[in-house]
Write a protein that binds this ligand. Structure first.
Ligand code: BES
Ligand code: ZN
Length: 464
């Protein structure tokens, strides 16, 4: 069977595929840090060349930020196969803190670990290693068949990790070119690190950065301590008030539009038998700390959350400085459930902080991009087709799952291009996305590539 030939090709050429992956991993394309602008550009150039070598008509498209890369491969003439668009992001998170890495984050290599062979390096699982599985599947397909089985657009972005500020205008300006029958994204995880999965629900994200200002300068804490307003105390009091003892967020209107899980989804998720003890145990925790009365899966997939992701102010260096700070800062991230409006959540948060300010304090807010949650309809036959193809590769039925993280582009594809997205990724819970010593299992890379070959095959022959 010709699919078998493609799968065999993937296994045979794995060492070369890894060399190609290393080449793009070596480029530190950290999108959030302006010092790495040239590196982001170099990563885009590398991807353009790679897509051209794969036979795609490819261009690097400038934006106000980092460039997009778009490649097109026309399908076979008079084909009934769907036009697919595959999206990935070539930018990565900063590697800090560098001292916690066991090797240079941008000098990738294979490493033997007690749980198997891993590819170590920044971007291995988020998202270079993941999107390269798709490109490697295309390469093997072409090597065997001479041409791809369907019309395919590859769309790579360089600003996903820094908020995709230029994405919506780009989609609007290039809507016709980018609209396909279905979008595919490989930027999510396996279920419990072993079960293949299609993500059908993503949480949204509102990021807030606030500064509470009090005195006009830092003060001696003996001279002024007791009489002067302390902005750190004000900030921590306000932040503490965001949640009640049942773990519910206290902002007025916060839960507007949030619905309980449908019985169908509830049953589906229950059948997954999620091992939350293992999930928490893997990071040294033991007790689910979300809303009372919610299941662990609801806490991470379908319920909104509010977390303080950074807080600073005063003197935090070595030793001790008896200082009463003039300012206090925090970063807060809200993960949103379907039905919540990011603008409304932002407004409610700002109103709460502003209303809670005592005398002699003022607040400033920094705008960061926000995005709503998305929920995929699995009505298209493509979802069942892909589920079966994944099952054939992994020897276990694929699950429809949620994902607590955010991939705003999936919502944008629907809203601006009317296009559904199928999210299939192969990372594992211990991959350390955004963390030191990020890795991607060699098994994820190999079976991920083989999975895409199967999915391409089945979508092209069985329709979408
Ligand atoms: N690949 C992640 C999304 C993800 C997170 C998938 C966890 C699976 C598990 C994606 O690149 C990401 O990190 N997204 C950001 C949002 C973005 C707007 C900065 C996130 O979720 O924090
Ligand atoms: Zn990602």
């Amino acid at each position: 069977m010709s699919l078998d030939a493609v799968l065999a090709k993937i296994d045979e050429t794995l060492p070369e595929a890894l060399e190609r992956l290393y080449a793009i991993l070596r480029i530190p394309s950290i999108s959030t840090d302006p010092a790495f602008k040239a590196e982001c550009d170099r990563a885009a150039d590398w991807m353009v060349e790679e897509l051209r070598r794969l036979g795609f008509t490819t261009s690097k498209r400038p934006t106000k930020g980092h460039p997009m890369v778009v490649g097109l491969s026309e399908g076979p003439a008079q084909s009934t196969a769907p036009h697919l668009l595959f999206y990935g992001h070539y930018d990565v998170q900063p590697a800090d803190p560098l001292e916690l890495w066991d090797r240079d984050p941008f000098d990738p290599a294979l490493e033997e670990t007690p749980t198997g062979t891993v590819i170590r390096g920044r971007g291995t699982s988020d998202d270079k290693g993941q999107y390269m599985t798709f490109l490697e599947a295309c390469r093997a397909w072409k090597a065997v068949h001479g041409a791809l089985p369907c019309k395919l657009t590859i769309f790579l972005e360089g600003e996903e990790e820094s908020g995709s500020k230029n994405m919506i205008p780009f989609l609007q300006d290039n809507a016709e070119e980018l609209t396909a029958d279905l979008a595919l994204i490989s930027d999510t995880a396996l279920f419990q690190s072993k079960t293949p999965a299609i993500v059908t629900m993503l949480r949204g994200l509102v990021k807030e950065e606030i500064t509470i200002h009090a005195a006009s300068r830092d003060l001696h804490s003996g001279f002024y301590g007791g009489i002067a307003r302390n902005p750190i105390r004000v900030l921590s009091g306000l932040l503490a008030g965001l949640q009640d003892e049942d773990g519910r967020i206290t902002l007025p209107g916060f839960y507007d539009g949030v619905e309980d899980l449908s019985n169908e989804l509830q049953a589906q998720w229950e059948a997954l038998n999620f091992d939350h003890n293992g999930f928490l145990g893997g990071v040294g925790l033991s007790v689910p700390a979300g809303e009372t009365g919610r299941t662990p899966l609801e806490m991470i997939w379908s319920r909104p959350s509010c977390d303080i992701t950074g807080i600073w102010g005063g003197y935090t260096g070595e030793g001790f400085k008896t200082v009463l700070p003039a300012e206090a800062h925090a970063k807060i991230s809200f993960r949103l459930a379907p039905g919540q409006d990011p603008a409304q959540i932002r407004a409610a948060f700002r109103a709460y902080i502003t209303a809670g300010l005592p005398a002699d304090c003022r607040v400033s807010f920094i705008d960061h991009p926000a995005s709503p949650a998305s929920q995929m309809s699995i009505a298209k036959p493509a979802f069942e087709t892909a589920r079966r193809a994944l099952g054939a590769e992994w020897g276990e039925d694929a699950a429809f799952i949620g994902c607590g993280g955010s991939i705003p582009i999936a919502g944008h594809f629907k809203d601006y291009l009317g296009m559904d997205t199928m999210l299939i990724g192969f990372s594992k819970d211990d991959d350390g996305l955004h963390s030191p010593n990020e890795k991607y299992d060699l098994e994820s890379f190999r079976k991920g590539t083989r999975s895409w070959a199967r999915i391409l095959n089945d979508l092209s022959t069985q329709g979408q």
